[in-house]
Structure formats: structure tokens, C-alpha cells
Ligand binder design. Structure first.
Ligand SMILES: *Cc1c(COP(=O)(O)O)cnc(C)c1O
Length: 371
């Protein structure tokens, strides 16, 4: 029987060679591979600065530190996302305020954001859920109207575009993850892209304990002196991981092409069936981290797919329904009805570049048979 996961990494001999070479080099961490990886992701997306960190969650945390978010501040977040998109707000002692999503796309609903803005609101985190960009034009209008910074959780959306513009350039800061199920894998890894030199500088200090120069910069100037000016973290990525990232970035265009090919195939197979893929906006070029469908009998389909070796997954339990949030923030069922209704029906089908034609046919046929 096959065993097909919903997502997985795609590693070849060149990736392995890149990592082994770095293992034999002078730097295992904070060396030349970090800058090279940062430049590679930034230039792919058309952003000015890239700051590599240890994972996507650290990247989210760093954006809120760079914005100097404080206890008492409110940050607007969508509920249909991985918990980390909201947890980062709690790391700063601030309060996540959930704005419900749109029915068709499950992306944050700009009109719902506006209802939630108060004089305590200090930023909006928008998640390009499944790999489809949010309506960044509407988000910009809101940001301008209320003078709020925008953070994009782009962990699903490396390579996606909105209205021709790449994810990575539209928010004040955009966050990516390089977890094995994401577009580019480094094991664990993350990055923030920004066009602001000032924000980039703050992010670099935050990832290195709050210390103003890194060891390599000190080595260059021959100076031993360094100063900690604020409380930061050790959120550094290693050169070993960055080497893998650089090698993976070379294959990103092919990865994206294959993901889109699989999505087109699924779309075609599911037309005129009870399997309902999410809506894709006309202005969006989707990056398909996930291929999400809605099914009336989701729980049975999930179970039976497992029995047939297809390991689909549910993305996500709305964040405000997690026990931690209910107990500590007083969130409740009914707070975000659109996300909650979707949660009963959504299922992410296998979607990764090395999924074979045979496998994708098997997945589509099996889903159609069960739905
Ligand atoms: C994967 C992911 C993260 C966290 O990234 P890690 O690298 O696993 O810490 C954050 N937000 C979203 C939407 C994600 O999918």
C-alpha cells in the first residue's frame, strides 16, 4: 500500500553536496552562507533586506520586537492559521485580536479587520493562507487609513503574487518558514524580508541576543568590544542550514511549477463533484503550500483516506478554539463563525513537488470515490 503524506521535503544530491561542503568549511554558523541565503531569498522576492533566523516562529516574534510591541498592545490576526501566527503576539505580552476570514478563500476579511481596530491596535498580521496572498491592496488602504504597520505571515506563500507583486514586498515585513513541508526546506529555518534598513537592523540585533555586532563583524574590524543594548534571543540560523537553503532556492521555480500543475489537475478532477476546492481570487497567483478542499463528510473521508495510505491533514483548528486561548484569553466558540464552519469541512490533500502523476491520480480518484 502507498503511504502518501500531505506534504514533504524534496532533497537531491546537490543539496547533500552543499551541506557536506559547508561542514568542511570554516563556518558552521553565522558565516558567509547566511548572507548568501538572505540575498537569494530577498532577490527572488524583490525585497531589499533578508534576515535569516532559526525558524518561522522566531521570525514572527522578531517582527513584533522590531515594531516595539508592548504589553497592552493589540495585534489583529486571523483565526485560520497555525498557532504561531498568534503566539508571537503573546511572546510580547500583547493581545491577539481575531478578525474572521472570508468564506471562499479563508483569508482574513478586511471588513472584519476594520471592526476590530481600537486605539490600542498596533499592527495587523495577515496570513497568506494555503499559499494564496491576501487582498494586499485593501490591506494597504486600511494600514494607511489607521497608520498601522503590516506583517505578512507568508510561511505558505513563497513565490505567490498579488496583482503582479510578489509576496515578500507588500507588507512592512514578510515572514517565511523553511520547515520541511514548506516550499524550501532547511530542516528548521525562517526569514524576514523587508525594504526598511532600520527594521532590518533591529531584526539582526534581536536574533543575536540584542548585541550590536556579530562575531564575524568583530573579527573583520579586529575589535573585541560588543554591547548588549536590549534583550534579544539566540535566534540564529546555522551555515549548514543556509547552505541547504541556497541549494533549495535554485529549485524553487520548478517546485512552484509542479505544485501549480498538481493544483490544476485536482481542480479539473473535482469540477462537478461534491468536493469543493477553496476559491482563488482573480488577482492572486497561488503558491499552493496546501491544496484545501471542503467536504460535507470530512471526518469519514479523512479516516478512509488513511486506510488507503493517503495521509491528508486538517489546516487548521481555528487558533481561538485552542484550550490555551479559551482559558487565558477568554476566546469562545462563535467568535469567528466563518472560520469555525470551515474547520468542520476542510481537508488538505497531498501537495508537494515530488508527488508523482500516478500518486495524484490515485489521490483524486480515491477522494472522489469517498466524497
Ligand atoms: C509553518 C508556519 C509557521 C511557523 O514556522 P516554523 O518554521 O515551523 O516555526 C508560522 N505560520 C504559518 C502560517 C506556518 O505555516
Amino acid at each position: 500500500m502507498p503511504k502518501i503524506p500531505y506534504g514533504r521535503q524534496c532533497i537531491d544530491d546537490n543539496d547533500i553536496k552543499a551541506v557536506t561542503e559547508t561542514l568542511c568549511s570554516d563556518y558552521l554558523t553565522t558565516g558567509p552562507k547566511i548572507t548568501e541565503f538572505e540575498n537569494s531569498v530577498a532577490s527572488f522576492c524583490g525585497a531589499t533586506h533578508g534576515v535569516a533566523v532559526s525558524n518561522g516562529t522566531a521570525a514572527l516574534h522578531a517582527t513584533l520586537a522590531a515594531l516595539d510591541i508592548q504589553p497592552g498592545d493589540e495585534i489583529i490576526v486571523p483565526p485560520m492559521t497555525f498557532a504561531a501566527s498568534a503566539n508571537c503576539v503573546l511572546y510580547r505580552g500583547a493581545t491577539p485580536v481575531f478578525a474572521d476570514v472570508e468564506e471562499g478563500t479563508l483569508l482574513i476579511d478586511p471588513s472584519r479587520i476594520e471592526e476590530k481596530i481600537t486605539d490600542k491596535t498596533k499592527a495587523i498580521i495577515a496570513v497568506d493562507y494555503a499559499g494564496q496572498p491576501c487582498d494586499w491592496d485593501q490591506l494597504h488602504s486600511l494600514a494607511l487609513k489607521y497608520n498601522l504597520p503590516l506583517v505578512a505571515d507568508g510561511c505558505h506563500a513563497l513565490g505567490a503574487r498579488w496583482n503582479g507583486k510578489k509576496v515578500g514586498t507588500m507588507a512592512d515585513m514578510t515572514v517565511f518558514s523553511f520547515h520541511p513541508v514548506k516550499h524550501v526546506a532547511t530542516g528548521e529555518g525562517g526569514m524576514i524580508l523587508t525594504n526598511s534598513k532600520q527594521l532590518a537592523e533591529k531584526l539582526r540585533i534581536f536574533r543575536n541576543h540584542g548585541i550590536t555586532t556579530d562575531a564575524r563583524a568583530r573579527e573583520k574590524t579586529g575589535a573585541w568590544y560588543y554591547e548588549m543594548q536590549e534583550l534579544g534571543y539566540n535566534y540564529r540560523l546555522t551555515d549548514i542550514q543556509a547552505a541547504l537553503g541556497i541549494s533549495q532556492m535554485k529549485k524553487l521555480p520548478n517546485f512552484l511549477e509542479r505544485r501549480r500543475e498538481i493544483a490544476t489537475f485536482y481542480d479539473h478532477q473535482f469540477t462537478k463533484s461534491t468536493v469543493r476546492p477553496l476559491t482563488v481570487h482573480a488577482m492572486a497567483e497561488h503558491a499552493y503550500h496546501l491544496y484545501v478542499v471542503r467536504l460535507q463528510n470530512r471526518d469519514t473521508v479523512y479516516e478512509q483516506l488513511r486506510n488507503k495510505g493517503i495521509f491528508a491533514q486538517v489546516h487548521y483548528i481555528p487558533v481561538h478554539l485552542h484550550p490555551y486561548y479559551k482559558e487565558n484569553l477568554g476566546t469562545f466558540e462563535g467568535l469567528c463563525p466563518v472560520a469555525e464552519a470551515a474547520y468542520q469541512e476542510i481537508l488538505s490533500l497531498p501537495m508537494f513537488p515530488s508527488l508523482t502523476d500516478e500518486e495524484m491520480h490515485y489521490v483524486a480518484d480515491t477522494v472522489l470515490e469517498l466524497a
